[in-house]
Ligand binder design. Structure first.
Ligand SMILES: NC(=O)c1ccc[n+]([C@@H]2O[C@H](COP(=O)([O-])OP(=O)(O)OC[C@H]3O[C@@H](n4cnc5c(N)ncnc54)[C@H](O)[C@@H]3O)[C@@H](O)[C@H]2O)c1
Length: 421
């Protein structure tokens, strides 16, 4: 293997720590292309916490800095896990230094931020990879292979329904603030990416969006004894310091119809304010049958029902796609290159998928290739998410293109102003 690439983590909050666990997971397989040499965060407690854990997990303590200037000169790549409002500033500053960047989703907080990142990556001639983990789930890889092989026939309709959340805080206060990345962007951008992964480019969207719950509640506030229920169990130490209730300024529900270039239509409900029965449904109908997909990162089986046949969810799925193989790193981490299910606790699934992102980031730097989710695709997912919010403002179906190109941006105007863009 070639010399390890010196990497720095930029942003050491919840996802920064989860990325460290992903890097350590990859390290344990002996496949890590990186050596972690720096950790930067204006909150030095967070950077130090990450550095301390890195010392245990990776056998070397990265140096700690409050900003990029303080990182070691040897850095060649950074992993940007800052708050979304700083994705573009951190990524562009890193690219201008000649560093390669892997940036968490949403790629930028607005399309104007994304477009600035695209230009910076082109000018620098460096990799800008967007860390989209959901599509790397082995079950979503299998679903993609089945769709690609035409098993469902021509895709016609995607029903995507996620409902739940009530008036509770989703992980953190900032996920309910319009200028920080509201929940429809924070979560919706994953679903936007997955929809384009399965169906190809989206053309138009019409949506009604709502802010149903203007006051959100944080049950962890002030509690030292809270059970670790947050994603990967990392957020409680910050959540207990967040207020018990606060004002939400970002929309929390979208009801949309989305048209794809291949003719398929998505009926899309993303409601993070629903009371009563929670709902998860992702069902794709094609001209030959339908496919029910489990929650991302669950390891549960997908179920295929072809016209006139019984539903299948086992080895027979794999028989339909004889050429389907997971990439070697995913196969090593999940225990096989042809999987229709897997069983790990969530924190382990989470870090394995992040490990896969790191492996790909290292590979594309080394081979000078384009990443699977590069800047253009990362921006498309942001555009599709904002298309829903822009549609509500103008009261019509909007094209993803006009949002992507920052020609339609009424909803984002206030956010751009707050970013100084
Ligand atoms: N892919 C996923 O499944 C997933 C899950 C959670 C979060 N995320 C993404 O990861 C990012 C971070 O989310 P989080 O949950 O870790 O939030 P968080 O609030 O826990 O952490 C954010 C961290 O960024 C730091 N920060 C702020 N400005 C910075 C700057 N200029 N430079 C460096 N660090 C800075 C903060 O001090 C904090 O430590 C977000 O973009 C979020 O959408 C992705």
């Amino acid at each position: 293997m070639s010399e390890p690439l010196p990497l720095a983590m930029v942003g050491c909050g919840g996802m920064g720590h989860r990325h460290l666990y992903g890097l350590a997971e990859l390290h344990r397989t002996g496949r890590s292309p990186f050596v972690l040499v720096g950790a930067s965060d204006p909150n030095l407690d967070n950077a130090n916490s990450l550095a301390d854990q890195a010392a245990d997990l990776l056998g070397r303590r990265p140096s700690v800095a409050k900003d990029l200037e303080g990182l070691p000169a040897e850095v060649q790549a950074v992993d940007v896990c800052t708050l979304p409002a700083f994705h573009h500033t951190a990524s562009i500053a890193a690219l201008e230094r000649g560093w390669h960047v892997m940036c968490e989703k949403p790629m930028g907080l607005t399309l104007r931020a994304c477009q600035a990142m695209i230009r910076a990556a082109r000018q620098a001639g460096r990799v800008l990879s967007v860390a989209e983990n959901y599509r790397r789930d082995p079950i979503n890889r299998l679903a993609h292979a089945l769709i690609d092989a035409g098993v469902l026939g021509q895709p016609r309709l995607l029903i995507h329904n996620t409902l739940g959340g009530g008036n509770q805080m989703m992980i953190s206060v900032w996920r309910h603030q319009k200028n920080a990345s509201g929940i429809l962007l924070d979560v919706g951008v994953h679903f936007a990416d997955i929809m384009e992964y399965f169906l190809g480019p989206a053309l138009t969207a019409y949506a009604q969006t709502r802010l149903h719950e203007p006051i959100r509640h944080n049950p962890i506030a002030g509690r030292d004894d809270a059970e670790k229920r947050s994603p990967a169990g990392v957020y409680e130490r910050w959540q207990k310091q967040m207020p018990a209730q606060f004002e939400a300024t970002a929309e929390d529900a979208a009801y949309a119809t989305i048209l794809f270039a291949n003719g398929a239509v998505a009926q899309y409900i993303e409601d993070h304010a629903a009371h009563g029965q929670g709902l998860w449904q992702r069902t794709l109908y094609g001209s030959k049958g339908s496919m029910n997909l489990p929650g991302d990162r669950s390891g549960q089986r997908l179920q295929l029902t072809l016209a006139g046949k019984e539903s299948i969810d086992d080895q027979r799925l794999l028989d339909l796609v004889p050429g389907f193989r997971l990439d070697p790193t995913t196969a090593a981490l999940f225990g096989g290159d042809r999987l229709y299910e897997y069983h790990f606790p969530f924190p382990e699934i989470d870090r394995k998928l992040i490990a896969v992102e790191y492996a790909e980031f290292g590979e594309v730097i080394h081979n000078q290739q384009a990443p699977e989710v590069g800047a253009e695709m990362g921006a498309r997912a942001v555009a599709l998410s904002y298309a829903l919010l822009e549609s509500q403002v103008v009261g019509r179906a909007v094209s993803v293109e006009e949002v992507l190109e920052d020609r339609l941006n009424g909803y984002q105007a206030e956010i751009n102003a707050s970013l100084g863009l």
